[in-house]
Each structure stands twice: as structure tokens, then as C-alpha cells.
Design a protein around this ligand. Structure first.
Ligand code: ACO
Length: 375
């Protein structure tokens, strides 16, 4: 594209409005899913209500919620070939790579016939139900244990913890996982939702769009930050040790994972909501020194860079206190975000236009072709 006065270019599309959405609003002062603030949802709603809200545009009545939960429960068991695939994937493969393959495989056994809005909602429920079973199955197989079948009557969060550990979770663990699923569910035109929309805009299929989202979420600048942040926290045995490292890292212009955000410059609402629970889990676990490490890095980032933590920072440590292995943190982000991706896929389809921007050309000017012998 030739350079013109009208040309609008911002690296990373920063600040560019790339489309319209009614799924969520991400502002400095509030985050809301379909008009309901994240404060209200995280205080009052279960993740199942939030998932319904994202997929059906409004909160459910009790009978709608009961029907939705029954539908999720009906889709929890994985098709046999998907379980075989989970067994075949080497244990050292990254958890997000495992999910990318497993969700793709699930698409080959799609029980939903036909195309359309209602079929996409059903597919969303199918994937929403299957992903936690995939993560838990993989965990069990990795530990040399048999997969655990779903147990009727548990919440979505409780179900995952039951299938992962083989016993029912404490009320605190169930609450915190439910909360993180709510906080992670949706975030407007973030990189992975945008990837899912780009894929959808070509009229590709639902599963391909979800797999595009998974591949994009994996990176440590996006969802992979919860694992990277916890790996960082786990390296230190005390607050002063972490503080000394953080000064050094900042002086060396290193990126500190779990901090900063493209949109939020006054702090991430989700991190503020989650942090008290992370502290509570640390107390319950009797590992105050890890909370000291958490605070030392957070305070140093604030004192030196005036940068706040994003949701991945308290989330990594919360999952760690719940005895979840680090490799499942970003997959658990997927377990939640599939609802947001699905809402964006459905919205994109309802008013589709191929997403195909232009680039600014910075390569060589037109030049003559030379035969190999003359190069
Ligand atoms: N550590 C150290 N410095 C940082 C960080 C960080 N985590 N984040 C931003 N900065 C600094 C940059 O170095 C830059 O400083 P400079 O102006 O002196 O060069 C300034 O803040 C602006 O940073 P950018 O990278 O330009 O901001 P951008 O909007 O591109 O980045 C991003 C947003 C990618 C999230 C960035 O903050 C980052 O890399 N954070 C770490 C990864 C992370 O936690 N990602 C999770 C995001 S939330 C989510 O996906 C759920």
C-alpha cells in the first residue's frame, strides 16, 4: 500500500477499533460482560451463569440455568479416540499444545449436525464441557493414574477439581477456581478472540476458530503469562530475595510476566478482585513466604515502573496454592475463555465481513529479475 496522508498505522493495532461487539466492554474504569460489571458477576454469579450470559446474551432464569447445566453435564465424557489421542501425546508436550490437538480431534467427532447459530451454541457447550475433562485426563495419565469419570451434582469448577484430584475440592478451592473462570471468560478484542474472529471471518468452521484462539492464547504475552509469572515467583524463597532480583531485572529492561496490559493503565480490575483470594489461599496453605515474594515483586514494579499486575499474576499463585501443576494454568484459561471465543465467533458470523487489513510495505523497490547464473 502506498503511503498516503489517510494511511492509519499503529504497530500491534494499538488503539485501533477493529470491529464492533456487544459481548463485553473493556475500559479503564470498568469491565462488563453484556452490560453486567465484573464486580457484580464475580460477587454474585457462578461461572455457569456467566457462560450462559456470554452464549445467550443475558443471564438465565433458574430453569434456563438448570437446562444449561444439564446440557454441559451431558457433554463431559470425551469420545474414545480423543482419550486415545491424550494417551498418545508424549507427557513432555506443553499443555496448550496438547489442548490444541485434543480440541482439533474433538472436532472430528462433532455430534452436532448442520451449521447455524443454534448449532454454534451447542458446539460451544460441547467444547466448554470437554476441555476440563481433557485437562484432568491428561493430568491423571501423567501421574500414572486412570482418568476419573464426572460426578453428577458438582459445579463446573468442582467437577474439574474432582476429575483432576479424584476427590471433592474444599469450598475455598472450588470458589477460587469458579472465580478465575468468571474473570478469564471474556475480554473484548484481545489477541486470541481476534484470532478466532479472523478465522471465522473466512467462513471457516467453529473448531478451527477455537484452535486459532488456543494457539494465540498460549504465548506468554497473553494467557501464557500465568504460567510464566508462577515460574518466576517459584524461584524465590523470600521477599528480600525477590526484591533484589526484581530491581536487577527492571534495570536490565527485562519483561516481568504478569504485569502490564495493552488497555489497562490504571490496573486490571480482575487482578484486584482475585488478589484477596490468593492471599487467603496462601494463609490456608501456610506459605506466607510466597505471598511475600508476590508482594515484593509487585511493590518493586510499582515503585520503579508504576506498572500494575494483570490478572495472570495473582492467578498463577492462586492455582499454585491449590496444588495445580503449572502446566495446566494456561489450559484452565482456555477452559474459561472458550465461552468468550464462542460468543465472538457467533457474533462474527451474524454480521460477517472478511477481516483482511493492509500492510505498509517496507521491502525493496521493484527490481529486475536476474537469472541464477547472474546472481
Ligand atoms: N515488565 C516490564 N516492563 C513492562 C512490562 C512488564 N511486564 N509491561 C510493560 N512494560 C513497559 C515496557 O517495557 C515499556 O516501557 P518503555 O516505554 O520504557 O519501553 C512500557 O511499559 C510499555 O510497554 P509495551 O510493551 O509497549 O506495552 P504493550 O501495550 O505492548 O504491552 C503487554 C502489553 C504485552 C501485556 C506487556 O505489558 C507485557 O509484555 N506484559 C508481560 C506479559 C503479560 O503479563 N501478559 C499478560 C497480559 S493480560 C492477559 O493476557 C490476560
Amino acid at each position: 500500500m502506498s503511503s498516503t496522508a489517510e494511511e492509519l498505522y499503529r504497530p500491534g493495532l494499538e488503539g485501533i477499533i477493529a470491529g464492533e461487539t456487544s459481548v463485553s466492554t473493556v475500559e479503564q474504569d470498568d469491565l462488563a460482560y453484556r452490560g453486567y460489571t465484573i464486580e457484580d458477576l464475580s460477587k454474585h454469579a457462578s461461572f455457569e451463569e456467566v457462560a450462559y450470559l456470554l452464549l445467550y446474551d443475558d443471564l438465565p432464569t433458574q430453569s434456563q440455568l438448570d437446562g444449561f447445566v444439564a446440557q454441559i453435564n451431558a457433554h463431559r465424557e470425551l469420545p474414545g479416540p480423543v482419550v486415545d489421542t491424550l494417551r498418545a501425546i508424549p507427557q513432555n508436550v506443553n499443555g496448550m499444545d496438547m489442548l490444541r490437538t485434543a480440541v482439533s480431534m474433538l472436532g472430528h467427532f462433532d455430534p452436532i449436525a448442520g451449521e447455524g447459530h443454534d448449532q454454534d451454541v451447542e458446539r460451544a457447550i460441547h467444547v466448554l464441557a470437554a476441555v476440563p475433562t481433557m485437562i484432568a485426563t491428561r493430568l491423571r495419565l501423567g501421574a500414572g493414574q486412570d482418568p476419573v469419570s464426572p460426578k453428577p451434582g458438582l459445579s463446573h469448577a468442582g467437577q474439574f477439581l474432582y476429575q483432576a484430584f479424584g476427590s471433592e475440592p474444599t469450598a475455598l478451592h472450588e470458589k477460587v477456581l469458579d472465580l478465575t473462570l468468571t474473570l478469564y471468560a471474556e475480554h473484548e478484542y484481545n489477541a486470541s478472540a481476534f484470532a478466532a474472529r479472523v478465522c471465522t471471518s473466512t467462513l471457516s468452521d467453529f473448531y478451527s476458530a477455537i484452535v486459532s484462539g488456543i494457539g494465540t492464547l498460549k504465548g506468554p504475552l497473553h494467557g501464557g503469562a500465568n504460567e510464566a509469572a508462577m515460574e518466576m515467583i517459584s524461584r524465590f524463597g523470600s521477599g528480600p530475595e525477590a526484591e533484589a532480583w526484581a530491581h536487577h531485572a527492571i534495570a536490565n529492561k527485562e519483561k516481568i510476566m504478569g504485569f502490564g496490559h495493552r488497555v489497562y493503565k490504571n490496573g486490571d480490575h480482575r487482578a484486584r478482585i482475585l488478589e484477596p483470594y490468593t492471599r487467603q489461599l496462601g494463609e490456608a496453605k501456610g506459605e506466607q513466604f510466597r505471598v511475600d515474594v508476590y508482594d515484593a515483586i509487585k511493590d518493586t514494579m510499582w515503585n520503579e515502573k508504576k506498572i500494575y499486575p494483570n490478572v495472570d499474576y495473582p492467578c498463577g499463585l492462586a492455582y499454585f496454592f491449590m496444588d495445580l501443576p503449572i502446566d495446566v494454568y494456561t489450559p484452565l484459561f482456555v477452559a474459561s475463555r472458550v465461552t468468550g471465543w464462542a460468543a465472538h465467533i457467533i457474533e462474527q458470523r451474524s454480521n460477517n465481513r472478511l477481516i483482511r487489513p493492509r500492510s505498509r510495505y517496507v521491502g525493496p523497490a521493484i527490481r529486475p529479475y536476474k537469472p541464477v547464473s547472474e546472481r
